[in-house]
Design a protein around this ligand. Structure first.
Ligand code: PLP
Length: 396
């Protein structure tokens, strides 16, 4: 066997091996594990989407290659109409949007479309790993921007060294944010557009959680900033919006050159999604909202956060995303040690913040997507178990 390409060495080792080992051992021993680890909607895809797929499959036109330049026409038009309705911004379905096999694929491939050896990508820390890993695999250098709690988990653009900014081609941000649950303001997006314009950097906004928001809050988007289309591209996904993670459907919109460069690299790697899935996605975008799912997450969020606060673990309620990013309530343990104890003593899986980068030390992430939960009862049980675990410092 030949040796693997060196670029694969950019992929970090699996950080959760110990957590997985303890989790599997607990399950094997018959424990009722509450897994707040993975962020994957537990509520099924709406029936209307399944019906739309079933209908579309019967049309032989969906059985062949999608030979369009940017994606299945009805899907792109539905996505542009959805974007206009949701965010008030007009996107040209023929030049400013391209279909993706999930937003992960597009976020990763964008690095391959832009970075030559020696070019910088600027990425957040903590963050979804895809930005950094693909930038490195593509031969780029990575500069990490810390997301600190005192700054609302927004990066401080003024802290990016000028020589890095000069050599940077991509600046990735993600709001609403995984893993911190933080939201962006339009002011922040304005500053980011201005910064990227000054330094000739493509601003990449990952909005995989665009419509996951609570208490009536509506996320702003980068495209609401005047002139953003000159310098920005934004990634969207049907995964979290319509409980469609397994379907693999998303889109990227914004600057037409960026859209076309991404589509060019993709056209040499994939032949787009199954058109029947694109048809079902078009149905979802045209006809559905996610209000029912959001109300369930909101209930779970309140049970978990109010419950933890009541037993002395001070956590903030996220306004968006389905993640609770909580400061570890012990200063004698690392994130990884705390999560291991939580699993051993309370049979609860949370992800150590360091799984998302060095700046995640001191935090853990708990997801509100929990298979088997209906209306928050498993979150109430989780709080009870944590209270009884002896892991929290005594309330004074
Ligand atoms: C921040 C972020 N971006 C993108 C994705 C990818 O989503 P998908 O590829 O399912 O569209 C995820 C998935 O968890 C995510 O957390």
């Amino acid at each position: 066997m030949p040796s693997r390409a060196q670029r694969l060495d950019a992929i970090p080792p699996y950080l959760f091996a110990e957590i997985s080992r303890v989790k599997l051992a607990a399950i094997a021993a018959g424990a009722d594990v509450i897994d707040l680890g993975i962020g994957d909607p537990d509520i099924p895809t709406p029936q209307g989407v399944i019906d739309a797929l079933t209908e579309a499959v019967k049309n032989p036109k969906t059985h062949r290659y999608d030979e369009t330049a940017l994606g299945w026409t009805s899907f792109l038009e539905a996505a542009c109409n959805w974007y206009k309705r949701e965010f008030g911004v007009q996107i040209d379905s023929k030049s400013e949007i391209t279909q993706l096999i999930g937003s992960k694929e597009g976020l990763g491939h964008l690095a391959w479309a832009y970075l030559d050896p020696g070019d910088y990508a600027i990425v957040p820390n903590p963050a979804y790993s895809v930005y950094k890993v693909n930038s490195q695999m593509a031969g780029g250098l990575v500069h990490e921007m810390p997301l600190a709690e005192e700054n609302g988990f927004l990066p401080v653009l003024a802290d990016i060294p000028t020589d890095v900014a000069r050599k940077a081609k991509l600046l990735y941000v993600c709001y609403p944010n995984n893993p911190t649950g933080a939201i962006a303001t339009l002011e922040f997006y304005k500053d980011a557009v201005q910064f990227c314009r000054e330094h000739d950097i493509l601003l990449v906004n990952d909005m995989a959680y665009a419509t996951v928001a609570y208490d009536g809050f509506k996320n702003p988007t980068v495209m609401q900033v005047d002139g953003a289309k000159d310098i920005a591209i934004e990634f969207h996904s049907l995964s979290k919006m319509y409980n469609m993670t397994g379907w693999r459907l998303g889109f990227a919109l914004g600057n037409p050159d960026a859209v076309s460069n991404l589509a060019k690299i993709k056209s040499n790697l994939d032949s787009k999604a199954f058109p029947a899935i694109a048809e079902a996605g078009a149905f979802a975008l045209n006809s559905l909202d996610n209000a029912e799912t959001i109300s369930i997450y909101e209930k779970r969020r309140d049970y978990l956060c109010d419950g933890l606060n009541a037993i002395g673990w001070k956590v903030k309620k996220p306004q968006a995303t389905f993640y609770v990013w909580a400061r570890i309530p012990r200063d004698d343990m690392s994130s990884a040690e705390f999560c291991k104890e939580l699993l051993e003593r309370a049979h609860i899986v949370a992800i150590p913040g360091t799984g998302y980068g060095s700046e995640g030390e001191g935090y853990c992430r708990m997801s509100l997507t929990l298979l088997g939960d209906k209306q928050g009862e498993r979150f109430q049980l989780a709080v009870k178990r944590i209270a009884e675990s002896g892991l929290l410092p005594a309330l004074v």
